[in-house]
Write a protein that binds this ligand. Structure first.
Ligand code: GUN
Length: 291
């Protein structure tokens, strides 16, 4: 049996179509939702991600402003850019693309962003609200996108076992909280690079989320037949059969789709959902200002 493939690209476009209606309503009230994206340095992957975010803004009718800074930007200058965006009333969302250049303090930059404009959902205030069970605010985009995909596929996790592989503050930790929250009610294990018997732990799970950052790590014999497998990995791997010489690969081995009940593809799974959730947070930030 082959897994049902969860199409994040199609779901993301459906969500964005609804967002475009909310953007129109905001504009009718005299508010133009506006996302400011700060891109420091010349990381090629970051340039691709930022371009994709700006295209999504266009699809939703959200204004986007991109602020390019050199690779040798100082911490002071970056903090000043954030301070200016914080005090600019025309800006509803601020995103500083990660990674920021060597020598800059990304955590300090995250903490400097006004929490009400923190559309990445990484500020301690927003992560703290999530810990407190308040899930109606600005949630981190990748975990929120994973939850939307699970909801859209009508996968019931109540009382079920979920394993999240990866403990980052951006994906693994917040996603574990969302899965365990009241109303979702999964029993969550957070696995990581030091976890022993990871294959065995995954084999007992009804949901496995891979947020490892290493290609094809999760193997078919780690997965219980019929389980849901969500692949958060975006790894560039060599591929001589392509003109570019490379392709994107997830953290999950493609053979898993012969065992899983549901599975997300890479590309076209969690990636586009992350961007749609960024759009959703930007619209929400603009609506919260009006409220
Ligand atoms: N770099 C890769 N993904 C992300 C993201 O979701 N937000 C930010 N700020 N930087 C990223």
């Amino acid at each position: 049996m082959s897994a049902v493939i969860l199409d994040g690209k199609a779901l993301g476009l459906r969500i964005e179509a609804h967002l475009a209606e909310r953007v129109s309503a905001l504009k009718d009230s005299g508010v133009e939702p506006h996302l400011a994206v700060v891109l420091a340095g010349d990381d090629p992957a970051s340039h691709v991600y930022v371009r994709n975010k700006q295209r999504a803004c266009e699809r939703c009718g959200i204004k986007s402003t991109r602020i390019d800074l050199p690779n040798d930007v100082s911490q002071e200058d970056l903090m000043q850019v954030v301070a200016n965006l914080n005090s600019d009333d025309s800006v509803h969302g601020i995103l500083v693309q990660s990674p920021t250049p060597d020598g800059t303090d990304e955590l300090a930059i995250t903490e400097a962003i006004d929490p009400s404009k923190d559309v990445d959902g990484f500020h301690p205030t927003n992560l703290g609200r999530l810990v407190m069970g308040q899930t109606d605010g600005l949630l981190p985009c990748t975990p929120a996108g994973v939850m939307k995909m699970i909801e859209d596929a009508a996968i019931d996790l109540s009382g079920k076992k979920a394993v999240v592989i990866g403990r980052s503050r951006i994906v693994g930790m917040p996603l574990a909280l969302l899965l365990a929250q009241k109303g979702i009610d999964a029993t969550v294990t957070i696995a990581h690079s030091r976890t022993q018997d990871i294959a065995e732990i995954c084999r007992s799970a009804d949901l496995v989320v891979a947020a490892i950052g290493r290609p094809a790590t999760v193997q078919a014999d780690w997965i219980k037949p019929g389980a849901t497998v969500i692949d958060v990995g975006i790894n560039r791997v060599a591929d001589d059969s392509r003109e570019s010489g490379s392709r994107l690969a997830g953290d999950v081995d493609p053979a898993v789709k012969e065992v899983a009940g549901h599975m997300t593809p890479v590309p076209g799974g969690v990636g586009p959902m992350t961007i749609s959730m960024l759009m959703s947070n930007t619209v929400r930030a603009a609506e919260m200002r009006l409220a």
